[in-house]
Ligand binder design. Sequence first.
Ligand code: B3K
Ligand code: ZN
Length: 892
Amino acid sequence: PQTIYRKDYAAPNYLADTVEMGFDLDPADTRVATRLTMTRNPAAKGRELVLFGEELELVALRLNGKTLSQDKGDFRIAAGVLTIPTAPASVELEIETLIHPDRNTSLMGLYVSNGNFFTQCEAEGFRKITYFPDRPDVMARFTVMLRADKARYPVLLSNGNLIEEGALPDGRHYAKWEDPFKKPSYLFALVAGQLVCQEETVRLHSGRDALLQVWVEEGNLDKTQHAMDSLKNSIDWDVERFGLDLDLERFMIVAVGDFNMGAMENKGLNIFNTKFVLANPRIATDVDFANIEAVVGHEYFHNWTGNRVTCRDWFQLSLKEGLTVFRDQEFSADMIGSDSGRAVKRIDDVRVLRQAQFPEDAGPMAHPVRPDSYVEINNFYTVTVYEKGAEVVRMYQTLLGREGFRKGMDLYFERHDGQAVTCDDFRAAMADANGRDLSQFERWYSQAGTPLLQAAADYDAKRKTLTLTLEQSCPATPGQKKKQPFHIPVAVGLLDAQGRDLALTLEGEKKAGATTRVLELTKAKQSFRFINVDQKPVPSLLRGFSAPVVLQFDYSDAELAFLMAHDSDAFNRWEAGQRLATRRLLNLTVAVQAARQSGHVVAVDTVLNNLQHDGALADALRATLQDESLDPAFRELVLTLPSETMIAEQMEVIDPHAIHVARQFLRRSLARELRDELLAVYRSHQTPGAYSPDAASAGRRALKNVALSYLAELDDEEAMALARQQDEDANNMTDRLAALSAILNSAAPGKSEALQRFYTEFEQEALVIDKWFTLQATARNADVNTVRTLTEHPAFTLKNPNRARSLIFSFCNGNPSAFHALDGNGYAFWAEQVIALNGSNPQVAARLARSLDRWRKYTPALQEKMRLALQQVAGTPKLSRDVAEVITKALA
Ligand code: B3K
Ligand code: ZN
């Protein structure tokens, strides 16, 4: 397969003006007629008219009224590209294609889900509908006519405004839609079928009215309120924070059960995975409610950051995705409101970054936020482009301040509304609006890899100065050996012996400034001297995680416990606890390995028990657990130990089994030591009364349920009785799932009965059955055979991406010690599933293919088995471009 390079970008030879489309919808054979007006682009070098198309039957092609013939050489089609070698400066193209939605299992282009029609066009799905200049820098005004059988497809939706609808002969009907804004083809959408909606008219900030609709399948209207509320909140927030109002008369959200990712921001017609729309207390957890708010916000915010201003080419994807993730993170934080709530949200986001993006940045698929090349663009909708991209945007705000950032945003829209632009254009707007030179900041876009920030503090008691030396480096990544220094904002504070923040004065300053200062590290090594420091302070570094780096500083255990107790920066309080726990976990892992090597498998527990036991971690956790002044949601985060994946990333050579044993051991010993306090917290954090997903109630449930999960480690009757009681009494899915999980992960009997009861109760709720599969795939006693057996379950199908993810992905990515079983059976299973998915849905297959990304980090025995599995997939005939790219890079 061919590699596409960023440096090869060339402006399109022709620009589009208007597009009129007519669809005769039929699942087996849908006819698509397109009339496209285009003019030659004076800025372009080439003269050929280029259209893209995949899996299309071309019925007719006319240029300015004249039928073109391939035989006569009027045009040629090769490798998905239709080229008309000579065309006048101004053209009207008419294209007729025939497509087969019911055979489309890739879920790109036009497809059928549960009998209804849906589209997904980003990044390059529109070319599966018609031949088209399907690239984001070609924008046009779309008018769309939909025709279909009225009984079977009563609802006909597309982008923009409904301008006409009516009856047709033979029981058919039509609807005509017009999108007043020009847009790239990737934002096109249509939906047709049997759907119902919750709707509401709202008065916009501009004084205009807009109709908001949430469309779902019949029977789901009791699950749309939260999405609707989230949409209204998003509209208000964007006006409030960025002065951006809804620009349409109508804004629609449609939920679909078969969807490759989370949701899609098609202009005025967002299409969502049901997982990010449907919610009520019975079926959705607190996390689901929060995710729905975030994703509804995200897609809505794209209307400005992505749609009004879009990407010039797909290498610029983070221009819209990094920025829009940053915006949805800020939205969610503002919706919680409180300072501690903001910190909790920040910690959650950083956890995702470290758990998923740091490994990506250290593995074979590492790429810059703005990649330089790709084989299949769908493989680059990554945590790097999204989450690291959001961190890059956040750093502008940290460097420029909120107001400065807003000025930059205003200038960005002033300059680029209606355009397709680059990450450089965004950076220029930020720099120019603030009169700052941000040229070095460009390296965050061009260099891959997670920078390492080493800090050292030197206190001079005589001069009363504290010198902080910061040194940065960045590991090599594929294609990038040497890295240049980044422009890194490092937020720091200094704590006195009582744990109070010092007012900070940098050398050369006249008076003391704020207690948190943002230092700007631009060189490989730089020192910053604070003066008037009366006593040796404890530094609090990288407050709020001010940059996406790994920070090393030689803290003692006592200093970490001190920061945990006193740091005014909540993020760093949490961080100190994680550092302390990581230290313990790494030591325990080494101890497990040593014990195993001595040959006495049974001895492992004894060895661990005999390990010099220090209570520092338990004491610090006890203090947090009992500190009623702390937000319960925050306490829950502190109590949650770093995941097995997080620990793995800290090791030179990953030993998943040792990590698992070590972590379980630490959880059990903490549970034993903190049993009384955990019980007390469990009892005092019930949420009686009607369920509400608000952050405060969700935080109480989270704390209570983490306490339950620790208690379940003890396998004592009292703890298990609590779990069983909660399983019986729960009036919401959060508590229900927590109870079931506690039962499943304990040694207690009655597991299969509890699972069966749950299944029977929720058999009709696909999203809950997904949870049921996930619970079993990630259960402690699960192995590959458990999962294999579940693939035979009548409710299991690989064809539905949510279901595939709920079982297969959850096992391969969420149950490391079982997946990496020594016999290699986990890998064999993985290869089978990747190969099966490759045939039906390459995009989903390629995601699963990435589970073995980090194979070179494992013990030699595991490495060898992983290599064989990778090679097996590599040798599969008809490998999709998507999977081939991932596997080739992994093996390279
Ligand atoms: N922009 C879409 C993602 C499309 C993915 C295509 N493989 C959803 C989002 O980021 O909002
Ligand atoms: Zn997005």
